[in-house]
Design a protein around this ligand. Structure first.
Ligand code: FMN
Length: 200
C-alpha cells in the first residue's frame, strides 16, 4: 500500500507530464556563434527543406526564444514583467504549448493545422512554426503583446543565424482559423507566427 502511494507521489513530482506531452532535453546554454557574427548572418528565409529538428536543437531554440535565464525571468524582457506571451509550437502532426519552467511541450491538439498559418509555400516545409499568443488578461496593455513578441522573434532569428537555420517572422496568417485551431479564448490574441527550418 505504502509502496503504491510512493509511486503515485513520485509520478506527480515528475510533473504530470502526460504521455502525449514532449519532455525536452536540457538546453545547451553555451557555444554558438559570437553575437556579432550572428547579427551579420541574421536574415529572413522562406524556403526550407522538409526535415525535423533534432531534440537538442529544438530545446535550444525554445530556450533561446523564451526560456528562463534566472529564477523567474527570461531571455527576453517583458512590459512590467507580465510575461504575457504564450509560445505555441506547431508541427505537422499537432500543436503544443511551450512550458519553459517544466521544459516540456504540452499537447494542445493533435492534427495538422498548418493550413491556418497561410503562405503554405513557407510553412509547409518548415520544421515547425512558432505561434505567439498574447494573454490579454496578463498583459499591461494590448500593444505590449506585440512589442514583447518582437523580442522573442529576434531571439529566434539570432538563434537560427547561430545554428545555421532559417526563419521568417510573419504577420500574414489566417487569424480566425488559427485562433480556432489553438482553441484560444477572446482574451488571447495571436500576434505573429514564425516558421523555423533548414534553409533550402
Ligand atoms: C511585423 C513583421 C511582419 C512580417 N510579416 C511577414 C509576412 O507575413 N510574410 C513574409 O514573408 N515576411 C514577413 N516579414 C518579414 C519581412 O518581410 C522581412 O523582415 C523584411 O523583408 C526584411 O528582410 P530581412 O528580415 O531578411 O532583413 C515580416 C516582418 C515583420 C517585422
Amino acid at each position: 500500500m505504502r509502496k503504491g502511494l510512493l509511486v503515485i507521489a513520485l509520478f506527480c513530482l515528475i510533473g504530470c507530464v502526460s504521455a502525449q506531452d514532449i519532455q525536452l532535453v536540457s538546453p545547451n546554454k553555451t557555444g554558438g556563434k559570437p553575437l556579432m557574427e550572428a547579427l551579420s548572418d541574421r536574415q529572413s528565409h522562406r524556403s526550407f527543406e522538409k526535415k525535423d529538428l533534432p531534440a537538442q536543437t529544438l530545446s535550444d531554440l525554445l530556450w533561446a526564444a523564451y526560456g528562463f535565464n534566472r529564477d523567474d525571468k527570461r531571455t527576453v524582457p517583458s512590459s512590467q514583467n507580465k510575461q504575457e506571451i504564450d509560445l505555441y509550437v506547431m508541427f505537422s502532426n499537432g500543436v503544443y504549448l511551450y512550458d519553459a519552467k517544466a521544459n516540456v511541450l504540452k499537447l494542445v491538439e493533435k492534427g495538422d493545422f498548418r493550413k491556418a498559418l497561410g503562405q503554405a509555400n513557407i510553412s509547409d516545409n518548415a520544421s515547425l512554426s512558432l505561434v505567439y499568443v498574447a494573454n490579454l488578461d496578463k498583459a499591461s496593455n494590448r500593444e505590449a503583446g506585440f512589442i514583447d513578441s518582437g523580442f522573442i522573434a529576434q531571439n529566434v532569428y539570432l538563434y537560427c543565424a547561430s545554428a545555421g537555420l532559417g526563419s521568417v517572422v510573419r504577420a500574414s496568417f489566417t487569424r480566425p482559423g488559427l485562433h480556432e485551431a489553438l482553441k484560444l479564448t477572446d482574451k488571447q490574441e495571436i500576434t505573429i507566427v514564425q516558421p523555423v527550418g533548414y534553409i533550402k
